[in-house]
Design a protein around this ligand. Structure first.
Ligand code: FPP
Length: 244
């Protein structure tokens, strides 16, 4: 599904995606090129994330989602994990002021492995922003697409066991209704910078009909001008959803 942009400008296409997903890749290489630690790249990646959020809000995108920390990212050094969690905390501590009355924030992923402080902050931000409707921002923390499908399968199985649901009544919508967030619309445009051509376990169910855009630019350099290129590429795609 696509929406028409409110404030037309000559640089942007007429048709914009309703939901853009971002895999923020390339922070480590960006830092390495500058002979700096990986955490330096994540901090710059965080600044780029904020610029992209504001830009998407300003041009009228209704929904954006970001892969901030995957279920596989626990394999990284404790120093890097601590730095990333610290960045999330710093950001969430000031986010309510930042996007006042504009951006609703929803977190996706398994919260059970996160610190109580971070979980409390996530709950607070979701509560504080729940009535904002200009744009919805989904932040995936400790998220994995397969983990999410497993989570949905367990919840559905429990309902079958409890006699609340017949197996033959399970539809695609049943699965959509039992993943991490039931309000999460399908991704229209999935962007992965840094030259990697993979989905890396991101939103497997929600990317079924996504258009993919890959770029060699590393995430910290993926500024609004790069997003414009992706939006133009998207506007030129023919989406048939399996039809002709
Ligand atoms: C992957 O790039 C990036 C991550 C695992 C972390 C992404 C997180 C941020 C950009 C910070 C976001 C901040 C907020 C506040 C949401 P990589 O480090 O694996 O890159 P590499 O492949 O070059 O090593």
């Amino acid at each position: 599904m696509a929406i028409k942009k409110n404030n037309k400008t000559s640089e942007l296409p007429e048709i914009l995606p309703n939901h853009i997903g971002f895999i923020m890749d390339g922070n480590g290489r960006w830092a390495k090129k500058r002979m700096m630690p990986r955490t330096f790249g994540h901090a710059e990646g965080g600044r780029t994330f904020e610029k992209i959020v504001r830009y998407c809000r300003d041009i009228g995108i209704k929904c954006i989602s970001f892969y901030a920390f995957s279920t596989e990212n626990w394999k990284r050094s404790s120093e890097e994990i601590t730095a990333l969690m610290g960045l999330f905390m710093q950001y969430l501590n000031r986010v309510s002021d930042y996007y006042k009355e504009e951006v609703r924030m929803i977190f996706v992923g398994d919260r059970s492995a996160l610190s109580p402080e971070l979980i409390a902050l996530m709950d607070k931000v979701e509560e504080d922003t729940k009535n904002f409707d200009k744009m919805t921002l989904y932040l995936a923390i400790n998220y994995g697409g397969r983990d999410e499908i497993k989570y949905a399968a367990r919840r559905i199985a429990q309902k079958v066991k409890d006699g609340e649901l017949n197996p033959e009544d399970i539809t695609e919508k049943t699965i959509s209704d039992h993943i991490y967030t039931t309000e999460y619309p399908d991704i229209d445009l999935l962007i992965r910078p840094s030259g990697e051509l993979r989905l890396s376990n991101y939103m497997l169910w929600q990317c079924a009909y996504a258009e993919f855009y890959f770029s060699d630019v590393l995430w910290p350099d993926f500024l609004p001008a790069e997003l414009d290129k992706a939006l133009h590429a998207y506007a030129g795609r023919q989406r048939r959803f399996g039809g002709v």
